[in-house]
Design a protein around this ligand. Structure first.
Ligand code: HEM
Length: 166
C-alpha cells in the first residue's frame, strides 16, 4: 500500500515523461497516438506575474478568444479546409490550455508539441498570417489592450518555424 502511494506520488511529479491517451480522459474527443506530455510542448514559456492573465480577462476571456479564433478560422475559405477532418473539440481544449499556460494562468498544457501537431498539415506562411489576423480580431473583440496583444503575439512568433513548412 505504502509502495503504491510512493509510486503514485513519483508519477505525479514527473510530468515530462507521462505518456497517456488524452481520449481516455476527454471522452468527447477522438483518440490520438500516445505522446510524451510536458510544458516544453507548449512551444514557449509562461509570462511572469499575473498582468497578462488579467489583461486577457482570465479563464473566461481566454475561452472567448480561443473560441472566436477557431470560429473565424473555420469560416475563412482561405484556411478552413486545413481544419477539416481534425478534432475541433480537442483543438479548442488544448489551445485554451496552451494560452492559459503561456499567460501564466496556472494551467498545464497537455497537448502535443508544435512541430508534431502540425507536421502533416503542409502549412504555409500565408496560413500562419491569416491565423494571426483572426487572433488579433478575437483579441480586439475581447478588448484586450494593445500592449498585451503585442506581447502575446511576440511570444507566439517563434512558433511560426515550428508549424509552417514554407
Ligand atoms: C502560433 C501558431 C499556432 C499555435 C500556437 C497552434 C496551436 C495548436 C495546438 C495547441 C494544437 C493542438 C495540439 C494537439 O492536438 O495535441 C494545434 C493543432 C492544430 N493546428 Fe495549430 N497552432 C498554430 C498555428 C496553426 C496554423 C497557422 C494553422 C492553420 C492555418 C493551424 C492548424 C491546426 C490544425 C488543423 C490542428 C489539428 C491537428 C490534428 O488534429 O492533428 N495551426 N495547434
Amino acid at each position: 500500500m505504502i509502495q503504491a502511494l510512493i509510486f503514485a506520488a513519483a508519477l505525479s511529479t514527473a510530468p515530462a515523461f507521462v505518456i497517456e491517451h488524452p481520449s481516455a480522459t476527454h471522452p468527447g474527443e477522438e483518440a490520438v497516438a500516445a505522446y510524451a506530455q510536458g510544458p516544453a510542448n507548449a512551444g514557449a514559456g509562461p509570462f511572469q506575474g499575473d498582468a497578462m492573465w488579467t489583461a486577457f480577462h482570465r479563464q473566461a476571456g481566454v475561452g472567448r478568444v480561443v473560441d472566436e479564433l477557431v470560429d473565424l478560422s473555420l469560416a475563412d475559405p482561405k484556411i478552413s479546409d486545413i481544419f477539416t477532418s481534425h478534432d475541433m473539440e480537442r483543438l479548442r481544449r488544448t489551445l485554451k490550455e496552451q494560452f492559459c499556460y503561456l499567460l501564466n494562468g496556472g494551467c498545464d498544457y497537455s497537448g502535443r508539441d508544435m512541430k508534431a501537431a502540425h507536421k502533416d498539415l503542409g502549412l504555409q506562411t500565408t496560413d500562419f498570417n491569416l491565423l494571426v489576423e483572426h487572433l488579433q480580431t478575437a483579441m480586439d473583440h475581447e478588448k484586450i489592450g494593445f500592449r498585451a496583444q503585442n506581447r502575446f503575439l511576440a511570444r507566439l512568433a517563434p512558433m511560426q518555424r515550428m508549424t509552417v513548412e514554407r
